[in-house]
Write a new protein. Sequence first.
Length: 162
Amino acid sequence: MKKLNVIFFLSILFIGMFSTSIKAQDKPIQIALFNPVQIFPENTSITGLRLNILYGKNNNVNGLDWGFVNSTTGKQVGLQMGFINLVDNGFLGLQSGFVNLTDGKFEGLQWGFVNYHKGKVSGLQLGFINYAGSMYGLQIGLINIINQGGAFPFFPIINWSF
């Protein structure tokens, strides 16, 4: 089982790192105590690894994003794990946290106590409270809301839209 977890983790990391072309201005690593006390300023894109001890903020992040509060103003691709995850302009991959707040297009798995996505979700939301503006996929949780196009606008335990 440990080998399977390692393979899954490395797969997500490599998908995030190589799914987009690396630009010369992208930085391979970011370490942040809190914004603006971080290695690179918030308008920098990170392709590789971002570690946020308290709060980190960057433009785009591709790869592994881990910390207490993770904030991305652009697009996020890969694995994002934190207590609070904030993404403003789309997500592709696995997002895991107590609170996940995203906007734009979301593709993948959103796993947390509260999953809130204003835009379109393609994939799975797994949590206590799940909200999607619109959805092509499945919600599993105590409170499941799909604002537009769901099988039900609100349904406990499971809700879907295909």
